[in-house]
Design a protein around this ligand. Structure first.
Ligand code: ZN
Length: 181
């Protein structure tokens, strides 16, 4: 982009002040582009990591969704589920609210029925009709953010269910109805 003569004169003349106005002009231009939403994950069981753009403006990006579905697969059976993209928007909002760019550490994402049944047998508060089975729930922690702070931010969003598991050091977030435990 070429500067117009008046502006380049001003740049020479008044340095800092004009740099600031150019900066705000370019911010204005960026604001009119569709927003790009990305998420980063680190799976605590598989050790896999992923950073990907999953949405641009009001469209989800199929390749990004595919990559996230894969990292959030049932790590016991290897089955890849189809996660609810609205859950990703919740995570994105959570990240924004907390001002945190660290990857979400994932304890559990999608669960196939056999895994859910096995985990239930073991105990530990696994629901029979867990939203993990529908790809609508994730158990997470966020490095550098206290677990209670992560829970409070998730509650503030009022976008779905929030479960607090301090003994296991994770927060459950789902895209079901707004409720908490
Ligand atoms: Zn959960």
């Amino acid at each position: 982009m070429a500067l117009n003569p008046r502006r380049s004169f001003l740049v020479r003349a008044t340095g800092l002040a004009v740099s600031a106005s150019l900066l705000s002009a370019s911010r204005g231009a960026l604001a009119s582009l569709p927003e790009t939403r990305s998420l980063a994950f680190e799976h605590t069981h598989t050790g896999e990591r992923l950073t990907t753009v999953y949405a641009i403006g009001d469209r989800y990006r199929p390749e990004g969704l595919r990559q996230i579905n894969r990292i959030l697969r049932d790590h016991y059976s290897g089955e890849v589920g189809s996660m609810d993209p609205r859950l990703f928007d919740q995570l994105h909002e959570l990240k924004r609210l907390l001002g945190c760019d660290a990857p979400f550490q994932v304890i559990s994402g999608y669960r196939c029925p056999a895994t859910n049944a096995a985990l239930r047998k073991r105990g530990g508060g696994v629901a029979r009709r867990s939203l993990h089975l529908e790809g609508r729930a994730i158990d997470i922690r966020l490095p550098g953010v206290a677990l209670a702070e992560l829970r409070d931010a998730a509650l503030d969003l009022k976008l779905g269910g929030v479960g607090y598991y301090p003994a296991s050091n994770f927060v459950h977030v789902d895209s079901g109805r707004v409720r908490h435990w």
